[in-house]
Design a protein around this ligand. Structure first.
Ligand code: G
Ligand code: G
Ligand code: MN
Ligand code: NA
Length: 250
């Protein structure tokens, strides 16, 4: 409960911030965008992980305010990047509770001026549980804004394949657990292969997450994945560092 009270003040105190992890094309040579990853600089505890504070934000309803802030903050940062760089923002299922999500996204695009096609919204299958028609309606409204909808942590749920039929996702991200094991486990490799093959036939881009070793990258290139993300290619970093990197690249 203490942490919840602290979180209530965190936005006003500017204790929340976003790190940005690069996403690369399959060659590993071209940076195509970044995923925004939230952190909390707590005055006493130091840096708190979203694994700890997002659930608190969800249970207290603070996620609506925090989520809206993250959308604007991430799009504002991306407005300083070259036009071909995408920005990916994670959404919590709790943000689908109200209609406000569509307005929050439209507002973030309007106030920052970034083109909608540069924004990826990452959701997990949990928002599609119970075949929630309300959430699917909202996804369609978001897509109508011109943003891309990404299915995150793919493969970890009970019926990932089923969910692919409930909404036309633009991109899927294969969960890190499969990438971690794909060089040693035939089963993990078979799943990565099936997902990339399915991505090709459905024309859905497939991003591999948690790429840490060159052998994994080589195998993903062989399997025909579309994008790579992970510590091998780049760790989550401060916005200021990205700005200097993209400036160097220009
Ligand atoms: O960055 P890290 O690996 O510590 O993130 C841990 C978890 O927190 C991941 O599941 C990630 O999706 C989630 N997460 C990170 N940033 C955000 C955010 O801005 N909003 C939501 N809802 N989840 C986030
Ligand atoms: O659930 P989601 O995919 O949004 O979570 C992303 C999280 O994964 C981030 O917190 C990020 O810090 C973490 N992450 C990104 N790349 C790697 C990696 O190569 N290895 C590990 N262990 N974690 C990673
Ligand atoms: Mn994500
Ligand atoms: Na993920």
């Amino acid at each position: 409960l203490d942490l919840e009270n602290d979180l209530r003040n965190a936005l006003a105190q500017q204790e929340l911030f976003l790190l940005y992890q690069p996403i690369y094309d399959i060659s590993g040579a071209h940076n195509t965008g970044f995923e925004a990853l939230m952190r909390w600089r707590h005055p006493v505890r130091g840096i708190v992980s979203p694994l700890e504070f997002i659930p608190i934000a969800e249970n207290s309803g603070l996620i609506l305010e925090i989520g809206a802030w993250a959308l604007v903050e991430a799009c504002r940062e991306a407005s300083h990047w070259p036009d071909d760089q995408r920005i990916s923002v994670n959404l919590s299922p709790a943000q689908f509770g109200r209609q406000a999500l569509v307005e929050d996204v439209a507002n973030a695009l309007a106030v920052t001026g970034i083109h909608p096609s540069r924004l990826d919204l990452e959701i997990t299958e949990s928002i599609l549980l119970d075949a929630s028609q309300h959430n699917i309606d909202i996804l369609h409204q978001l897509k109508a804004l011109g943003v891309r909808i990404v299915l995150d942590d793919f493969g970890t749920g009970y019926s990932s394949l089923h969910y692919l039929r409930s909404f036309p996702f633009d991109r899927i991200k294969i969960d890190q657990s499969f990438i971690r094991e794909m060089c040693d486990s035939r089963e993990a490799l078979a799943i990565v292969r099936a997902v990339t093959g399915m991505g090709k036939s459905l024309e859905i881009e497939v991003t591999a997450e948690g790429v840490e070793r060159p052998e994994q990258m080589a195998l993903l290139q062989q399997e025909g994945c579309s994008h790579l993300q992970g510590f091998l290619l780049g760790r989550p970093g401060l916005a200021t560092d990205i700005l200097s990197q993209t400036a160097d690249a220009l």
